[in-house]
Design a protein. Structure first.
Length: 158
């Protein structure tokens, strides 16, 4: 079985990774990885390092679900590269689910959820900095808790 996962930040940093696994059970291990990527040097270097580290893991540690060795490879930093790599691993495990699902996060200003998410990945790590970058939450403010939940989701460690 092949799991195809894609992450992207404004099309500049982009990776498509295919995880080949034997079956769909929780014990399924990554058999092979294929990667297509483009982006900044830092993103490409960290992505290649991650792929190499996964390939070097013993087969028993290459389980998509429940592998502490794979958990240890998840970056804890808050830069855009770490956030994208964390997203990649969560998507591969079918654990990537944003806390806010509507297309538009800020209804007063008409700010799409994707715009807020990109601002967070690009470095806005507070509600105020997201508001400055996107105008979300600068009118009635009812979307501020949703913005905070998006920030927490993107920056938390597993």
């Amino acid at each position: 079985m092949i799991n195809r996962v894609e992450v992207s930040l404004l099309g500049r940093d982009r990776a498509v990774v295919e995880f080949h696994v034997a079956d769909e059970t929780p014990e399924a291990t990554i058999e092979r990885l294929e990667v297509e990527a483009s982006g900044c040097t830092k993103f490409l270097e960290r992505l290649n390092l991650l792929i190499d580290q996964i390939r070097q893991l013993p087969k028993a540690d290459r389980r998509l679900q429940g592998s502490q060795a794979l958990n240890d490879l998840i970056p804890k930093d808050r830069d855009h590269v770490s956030i994208l790599i964390r997203e990649l691993i969560l998507k591969a495990r079918n654990q990537f689910e944003r806390p806010y699902k509507d297309i538009e996060l800020c209804h007063c200003r008409g700010v799409p959820t994707d715009v807020v998410d990109r601002a967070i990945v690009s470095g806005c790590q507070t509600v105020a900095s997201v508001a400055r970058a996107t105008s979300a939450g600068t009118s009635c403010g009812t979307c501020k808790p949703d913005t905070e939940a998006m920030i927490e989701f993107r920056l938390k460690s597993l």
